[in-house]
Design a protein around this ligand. Structure first.
Ligand code: PXP
Length: 245
């Protein structure tokens, strides 16, 4: 496929930080539901949200209303727990990204260890995909995890771009990008569809957008940070123009 034939990359905007501001005062504003509307007006192709076990930002109510109001697609990030499985089966997001979760972490740290328990993970895929909810494993760019992700029967992976984003120098950044590229090639060969996210910014996103087979980028912090200063529609529009440059 030539570059010209490559379908445009899609942008999933993570709106959790809007709920973080609301929860700072335990009040009703700003509403992540309103943020999702504005993100879509700015060109978001999907809305991503993470209902954490401790409910530190997004609440159950948000997920249920977003399911009714999101006009694009809803990607629910969730830990592989019974509680979240039940909620996903009730809400029916357009797809579910399964992430590791630790109470003390500031944000998701590291990818999920799918290889560590393939039979439990396969069971989860059977339940969700059996209910028409495609599963995306949030994993590190590691051959072992990619193989395990394919073995579970999941349709998608989201490659964790944290190590690339946090690289302190160009050599390390280049190495991390190489790991990501090799992972994309491996995933494509195994028939997996590929998303990526974590730590992506207006400055570092472009090389990731150019990786083979990349379909969707899930981005939160940098867009919401810019939105505070320039408005959410403009912040989303500017990111969309970079990823499809
Ligand atoms: N993808 C996943 C699985 C995540 O957990 C997060 C953070 O919530 C993101 C993408 C977005 O990361 P960031 O906020 O750094 O853009």
């Amino acid at each position: 496929m030539t570059n010209q034939e490559k379908p445009p990359l899609t942008l999933g905007v993570n709106i959790d930080h809007i709920a973080t501001i609301r929860q700072a005062r335990r009040t009703t504003e700003p509403d992540p539901v309103a943020a999702a509307v504005l993100a879509e007006l700015g060109g978001a192709d999907g809305i991503t949200t993470h209902l954490r076990e401790d409910r530190r930002h997004i609440q159950d109510r948000d997920v249920r209303i977003l399911r009714e109001t999101v006009q694009t697609h809803l990607n629910l990030e969730m830990a592989p727990t019974e509680e979240m499985m039940a909620l996903a089966l009730e809400v029916k997001p357009d797809y579910a990204t399964v992430v590791p979760e630790k109470r003390e972490e500031v944000t998701t740290e590291g990818g999920l260890d799918v290889a560590g328990d393939v039979s439990r993970m396969t069971n989860l895929v059977e339940k969700l995909q059996g209910a028409d909810i495609p599963v995306s494993w949030f994993i590190d760019p590691d051959p072992k995890q990619i193989k395990a992700a394919a073995d579970t029967g999941a349709q998608l992976i989201e490659l964790h771009t944290g190590r690339y984003a946090e690289a302190k120098d160009e050599t390390t950044r280049h190495e991390e990008l190489t790991h990501l590229r090799e992972s994309c090639n491996r995933a494509l060969a195994l028939g997996l569809r590929i998303n990526a996210g974590h730590g992506l910014t207006y400055q570092n996103v472009h090389p990731v957008a150019c990786l083979p087979g990349m379909e969707e980028l899930n981005i939160g912090h940098t867009i919401i940070s810019r939105a505070v200063l320039v408005g959410l529609e403009r912040a989303v529009r500017e990111m969309k123009s970079i990823i499809n440059r």
